[in-house]
Design a protein around this ligand. Structure first.
Ligand code: SF4
Length: 328
């Protein structure tokens, strides 16, 4: 059964099918042979309008590459990405540029993505004018209102990026994404570099803006508690594939995949009684050398012979809960 089978088609904003993104790196000193890095390998999911889909997994699991491939910032190797029914992978660059207004991205490092030579006001105004969001004579007022929307003062208009704190710079990044009135924002580790108190402020801001602007988010993070706070549904990634996907309550109350169970068991709780800690063995294998069978078998405490030979497919169990494991 397709993972998208239970979606209401009229509500779907984004549909990803069999998405692959491979990189090819030279092997050996002569460099005549290539190795394949399978960063994203056969990923399927959808995102409904107005929904927040959290994507969680350890560093290097392919979640950021997937975000960039969805927005066509990196051309996918194979598969389909439909945004409002439009197949993005078939579009020419100039067609993608036009559509990108509707699909914005907020990155982990706001400082790296802000122009240090421009005031934030002129940077935002330039974006607004380039995309003809409002009449040029109204663009300054539009930008000042935008700054207030993200919790900054309009008097900050003439300041430069280096004059702000990390949290304020992330607010500017959010303002930049919002400036073009997008329908969907991909947040890639958007709060990971911030202090916990500032993280909470930015998460609350994102939720407020989602309601006000009817936004749809894909929220990528390695942090389970952050993803739990903000998401409606959650997909868990391991070595380039989704291994579990369900709505937030279902996935956190009834985790099924041993990988998610292990991640959750490592989070300290006030009441630790009755909770079994699952210790994962070893490191995440390299995406150059992906294990046969279940990709998680090298670390899974429940692995059996079949796990080393046969790839478990992502199957729907109950309550819209999808999982890829032979023994669930
Ligand atoms: Fe573990 Fe086997 Fe399930 Fe993979 S298929 S998660 S190795 S029990």
């Amino acid at each position: 059964m397709s993972i998208n089978a239970d979606a209401v088609s009229s509500e779907k904003l984004l549909e990803v099918k069999d998405l692959k993104k491979f990189f090819y790196i030279k092997k050996g000193l002569a460099g005549f042979r290539y190795q394949t890095v399978k960063a994203v390998d056969d990923v399927n999911f959808y995102v409904n309008k107005g929904e927040t889909l959290g994507i969680v997994g350890e560093s290097g699991c392919g979640k950021s590459t997937m975000g960039r491939s969805i927005l066509q910032l990196q051309k996918p190797t194979d598969g389909s990405v439909k945004f409002e029914g439009i197949e993005l992978t078939k579009l020419k660059n100039h067609q993608i540029r036009k559509l990108r207004k509707d699909m914005q991205m907020v990155f982990q490092d706001p400082f790296g993505s802000l122009n240090p030579r421009m005031t934030i006001g002129s940077m935002l105004k330039e974006i607004v004018n380039t995309h003809h969001i409002v009449n040029e004579k109204d663009s300054r007022t539009y930008v000042e209102n935008l700054l207030e929307q993200v919790g900054l003062k309009k008097t900050y208009y003439n300041r430069y990026a280096h004059e702000f704190s990390g949290g304020q710079r992330q607010r500017i990044s959010i303002a930049r994404a919002l400036a073009v009135k997008p329908k969907m924002i991909v947040c890639d580790e958007a709060v990971s570099a911030l202090d916990v108190s500032v993280q909470a402020q930015i998460l609350n801001l994102l939720q407020k803006l989602k309601k006000e602007y009817q936004l749809t988010y894909i929220f990528i993070s390695h942090d389970l508690s952050v993803v739990k706070h903000i998401s409606d549904r959650v997909a868990v990634m391991y070595l380039g594939q989704i291994v579990e996907l369900a709505n937030k309550t279902e996935i956190f109350d009834h985790p099924l995949h041993p990988y998610l169970k292990a991640l959750l068991s490592a989070i300290p709780q006030v009441n630790q009684t009755n909770r079994e800690r699952i210790i994962l063995k070893g490191e995440v294998p390299s995406p150059i050398n992906i294990p046969e069978g279940c990709r998680f078998h090298t670390r899974c405490p429940f692995a059996k012979d079949i796990c080393r030979k046969k790839v478990p497919s992502l199957e729907q169990k109950e309550n819209g809960h999808w999982v890829a494991c032979h023994f669930v």
